[in-house]
Design a protein around this ligand. Structure first.
Ligand SMILES: NC(=O)c1ccc[n+]([C@@H]2O[C@H](COP(=O)([O-])OP(=O)(O)OC[C@H]3O[C@@H](n4cnc5c(N)ncnc54)[C@H](O)[C@@H]3O)[C@@H](O)[C@H]2O)c1
Length: 361
């Protein structure tokens, strides 16, 4: 099978993880990078042996990629995807898909009209403990998933927010912990629990006076299945404690994952320090498996570079989806569903009411 001509937009922190995968994967012929900062584009180009550009349209015209990965700040994702789609080029976008539903809809429409694939990164779906939960839930081992709980007690300091001028501001980041750190677990909650009926939410900035956006948000969810959900997500605990997703079923059994121990890692700055692990598993007859899972997960963690490995798996899935003309593991619509979730939480606080789904963008 011929490989796919690939290019990267946004030569920043997470861009390093994508570039390494695009260089290594057999499905990828890595041809170009683009950053509006010429020095960054040049440094990446030299390191990965590809052509540098500072303008997306120019790169698409000249380097003729068939697929791009988008690693720019969230409010800039739409511009790159739409330009690519207009040239028939498929896109894998870093999370969140965009900072607004209007941007998501424009990206989805442009991609559909062009017959191009649109996918969004949610690499924690590929963590072994998360895959194990999905398999058990789909096999009916907890009955119907009835109660989904996402809790994050993490930390970001002033240096993090000052590391790039776009961070911590409504105009250039689109939000705080909900938009930047939580999309992974919001996506897992939806993946496990299904579609949302309504959300009530609120947010605050508890201890980051030097940023505009929220560092903490809470929400109550009613799912279309009749199940319930709860979210407490925060960057206000120093040191960070954990990030978990727990799913409780109609037969009383529960499965759970600690996706992150301590503070969540910062791509390009810190590494994943400890293996993700199942922390609850009360499926009848399987109670003794937690120790076995933990042993397997520790071995896997030692065998791979976890910070890069799960991104590479998802990038590979995306390239195979383009090659084989099938949907990617995490679609543009999945990305939109996460953006709808955080949009509803903001709207719920502004309007002091529950937000019924679907709602106007
Ligand atoms: N999946 C994950 O675990 C993960 C981790 C970190 C970041 N991210 C996501 O990746 C995206 C980027 O985050 P980051 O930390 O790498 O940011 P960053 O600031 O380190 O890098 C962004 C890069 O984009 C470039 N850029 C900005 N506007 C551009 C434009 N119009 N055209 C071309 N280049 C442009 C900047 O010059 C910069 O080099 C964000 O959406 C973030 O949420 C995801």
């Amino acid at each position: 099978m011929p490989s796919i001509r690939t290019a990267l937009i946004g030569c920043g922190k997470v861009g390093q993880i994508h570039a390494a995968a695009l260089r290594e994967l057999p499905e990828s012929e890595f041809v170009a990078v683009c950053d509006r900062d010429a020095a960054r584009a040049g440094a990446f180009a030299e390191r990965y042996g590809v052509q540098p550009f500072t303008d997306v349209a120019d790169m698409i015209r000249s380097a003729k990629p068939q697929a791009i990965v988008v690693c720019t700040p969230h409010p800039l994702h739409a511009e790159a995807v739409i330009l690519a789609a207009q040239a028939g080029v498929s896109a894998l976008v870093e999370k969140p898909l965009a900072a607004s539903l209007a941007d998501c809809d424009a990206m989805l429409t442009a991609s559909r009209n062009a017959g191009a694939k649109l996918a969004v990164i949610s690499q924690r779906r590929l963590y072994e403990p998360v895959q194990r939960m999905k398999t058990a839930i789909d096999a009916g081992k907890i009955g119907t998933p009835m109660l989904g709980v996402f809790s994050m007690f993490s930390w970001r300091d002033q240096a993090y927010y000052q590391s790039d001028p776009w961070r911590g501001k409504w105009a250039t980041e689109g939000g705080g912990v909900l938009v930047n750190q939580s999309p992974h677990q919001l996506d897992l909650l939806l993946w496990f629990m299904g579609e949302i009926d309504e959300i009530t939410g609120c947010w605050a900035n508890l201890n980051h006076p030097y940023i505009e956006v929220e560092d903490t948000a809470l929400a109550m969810i009613r799912f279309k299945s009749g199940g319930l959900g709860s979210i407490v997500t925060s960057l206000s605990q120093k040191p960070g404690i954990y990030t978990k997703v727990h799913i409780h079923g109609s037969n009383g059994a529960s499965v759970g994952v600690e996706t992150d121990r301590g503070a969540t890692f910062i791509a390009g700055v810190s590494e994943i320090a400890e293996p993700p692990r199942n922390d609850i598993w009360t499926i009848p007859g399987e109670e003794g498996l937690l120790a076995v899972f933990r042993d397997q997960d520790r071995k896997q963690f030692r065998a791979v570079n976890a910070t890069n490995h799960y991104h590479a798996l998802q990038i590979q899935d995306f390239l195979q989806a383009v090659r084989d003309d099938r949907p990617p593991l995490v679609t543009g619509d999945d990305g939109r569903a996460v953006v709808a979730m955080f949009t509803a939480i903001y709207r719920s606080q502004n309007e002091r009411r529950a937000i019924k789904f679907p709602f106007e963008a």
